[in-house]
Ligand binder design. Sequence first.
Ligand code: SF4
Length: 440
Amino acid sequence: MSRPPQIGFVSLGCPKALVDSEHILTRLRAEGYGVSPTYQAADLVVVNTCGFIDTAVAESLEAIGEALAENGRVIVTGCLGAKGNIVRDLHPSVLAVTGPHACEEVMAAIHTHLPQPHDPFVDLVPPQGIKLTPRHYAYLKISEGCNHRCTFCIIPQLRGDLVSRPIGEVLQEAERLVQAGVRELLVVSQDTSAYGVDMRYRTGFWKGRPLKTHLSSLAAALGELGIWIRLHYVYPYPHVDELIPLMAEGKILPYLDVPLQHASSGVLKAMKRPANTGGTLERIRRWREICPDLTLRSTFIVGFPGETENDFSRLLEFLAMAELDRVGCFTYSPVDGATANQLPDPVPEEVKQERQARLMELQATISADRLRRKIGRSLTVLVDAIDDEGGAIARSSADAPEIDGIVYIEDGADLPIGEFASVRVFESDQHDLYGESLRV
Ligand code: SF4
């Protein structure tokens, strides 16, 4: 039997890009292509790029250069591909360039440069598709693109306006993943709260049941699958309030990743974000009243053009009052093509750095304090790995993979990876919890 044509695959970028990679890999395997772990054994290499910030652009261009040097036959896809001629200008010998979310175009380019094998072993493809995450968790992308026009962001230019996936299709994918052993689904998109807006919340079907294409119905239906459901990139639209009771009842994880970006109305206006910080504080208070275990994560940008010391103080005051559990903070950096680049009054680099450090210092005490309140409690965790010292690295409902902290179980060496376990917390620091296993 002859060897099937081999494709090397380099996947860079965010979870949304990862999902694109998974779709392409699934198609490749379905059509009988092999996936090569090395450049040398590959007949052609696909590089899925990121083009969001300058460092990501540089990393992507370097990855393309490396693939060309090591293999020579390269197809480029992903966000960087949508940014004009940047790829071809530096690497004119690439075989093809596509934008993000372009599985069909990538497959067409592969068919042109490396014809499809004659007899695909379709049966070898697992029904859940090929996953790049560990077997026990997976990202579930519910829409592509974004209707907002935040001035610091070029995602709408790269990916277009919001296009939601049909609710029945999303739920079928979720079911297949659960059947394949996934214990946690991470719902992602550019703007999860807006799910279904583009379809005017049209009614779809799942298992013969009518369901509105809306985040509330999607979350409720996902909550029936009996696994962890975690929501990312949830803007605080009014209907987000409907999700909190689902969290309080344990249907979906009591976790919300809400990218707020700032708290000063002037800066939010310049960013073209909705500006109602007082309202946000009041809603956080109500959410916690309904669901005291709610974990709130957010990200902020400091040093946005025109941000004054006064604006920054508003942000610190907000953080002190909101007591968010997890916070990411970036210094503003101009992105090629973003409208914010034309704004006056840039903030000097050292001021940006200093503000970032002050914000993180304040947040460190808040995060540490919130974690300390968990000492003595019993938690359900999902075991991700066993480390060299014989402890288990696990996560609770408060910890998304890769971005949040962990729960370290000192006596957890024999706990099965990818399964739930119970722990009692005896120590905490700024990011993580430490516990002992509660074996039943
Ligand atoms: S930052 Fe703004 S424009 Fe960019 S994807 Fe998010 S909501 Fe959309």
